[in-house]
Design a protein. Structure first.
Length: 351
């Protein structure tokens, strides 16, 4: 059993036990995805190889399994929180543990699935995203972010000095709009089948309908709250992983190719295993089709975060502390001067 399987399925088992058995598992699941992960990241002896080598497993089996178990965990959690007689404190613990799992593990896995070539795997990833009402990310990420990351054309690349809160509004609306534009242009060139955004909407409605069946109005509210929290985790990851890094402009006026210096990375092993190597972000952008077990890290040529990705996500929610930690680092990598005030001028492309 490799480390990805062990670390992710341990969290799945804790969540399943929390839903089926109850105490003490709701507390243990939350501790596992937060405090325990932080502690294990600090054990240098567990560090993974920076360069896994040419021979590595594709990870497809685990990715498909995580995609499938996402649904009973999500909707089992909705029923438990909205309709079951378990104590309120357990419901609160399950809410946070499940939301963190979906935002960090479920999102990372869905991201992996939409990059795989088999269509059915991409559709599984789309179904996972749509279940927590974020289906458009499947289009915006592949058709916009991977083309325009680290440029003003990408709504999911945070600018130097931009707070997470300003970024979230711009990124959510901008990615929805840009993804829709990209899919619509593609359909004008080769019109066939239903527009993907209609599929995302239909799957999201189905998710809301199932939540209503399980818990009525409380079920819908629970899904909305879990989805909002999970989407917050996704956007925090995007914010952290590209903050303040910009691609240069070539003499032709085009942006330079995406390189290892245009994404932030973290070498911490345990959270990387939990998030399917999402913190090895530079190599993913350089080789988008490379399966997650084979992603590499280069501590000299890739920008390194001072703490693990989950810890940096927490720091990002505190803008003064975030800027103190990150602005000078980002300015050194981008060759820009640190800004003295948050940038508030909207991008002309998005308003």
């Amino acid at each position: 059993m490799n480390r990805f399987t062990f670390v992710t399925l341990a969290m799945v088992a804790l969540l399943a036990a929390a839903l089926l058995v109850g105490r003490p598992f709701p507390a243990l699941a939350l501790i596992y995805v937060s405090v325990f992960t932080w502690f294990m990241d600090r054990l240098a002896a567990l560090a993974a190889a920076d360069h896994p080598g040419q021979e590595f497993p594709s990870g497809e089996g685990l990715s498909v399994l995580l995609g499938i178990v996402h649904f009973p965990l999500l909707f089992g959690g909705i029923w438990t929180i909205a309709a079951s007689p378990v104590p309120v404190i357990d419901k609160v613990l399950i809410f946070f543990a499940l939301s963190l799992f979906i935002g960090q593990v479920g999102n990372s896995n869905a991201h992996e699935l939409i990059h795989r070539s088999p269509r059915w795997m991409r559709w599984l990833g789309i179904a996972v995203y749509s279940s927590f009402l974020f289906g458009h990310h499947a289009s915006a990420h592949v058709r916009v972010h991977h083309f325009h990351a680290a440029t003003p054309l990408d709504p999911n690349s945070a600018r130097l000095g931009e707070s997470y809160y300003a970024y979230t509004v711009r990124a959510w609306a901008g990615s929805f709009r840009r993804g829709l534009d990209a899919e619509s242009r593609l359909r004008r060139r080769r019109s066939r089948g239903m527009h993907p955004y209609l599929v995302y909407a239909g799957l999201s409605v189905a998710s809301l309908a199932l939540a209503a069946t399980l818990g009525g109005g409380k079920g819908i509210l629970t899904l909305l709250l879990i989805s909002g929290y999970a989407q917050t985790q996704l956007l925090l990851s995007d914010y952290v992983q590209h903050y303040g890094l910009q691609r240069g402009t070539l003499p032709s006026g085009r942006y330079e190719p995406m390189g290892p210096q245009h994404s932030w990375n973290a070498p911490h092993s345990f959270s990387a295993a939990l998030m399917l190597n999402a913190p090895r972000h530079s190599d993913h952008h350089t080789h988008p089709s490379r399966p997650y077990p084979g992603l590499e890290i280069d501590r000299r040529d890739m920008p390194m975060l001072p703490y693990s990705l989950p810890v940096m996500a927490v720091i990002a929610t505190l803008p003064p502390l975030w800027r103190k930690v990150m602005d000078s680092r980002a300015a050194r990598w981008s060759g820009a001067a640190p800004v003295t005030k948050p940038q508030r001028r909207p991008d002309p492309a998005y308003g």
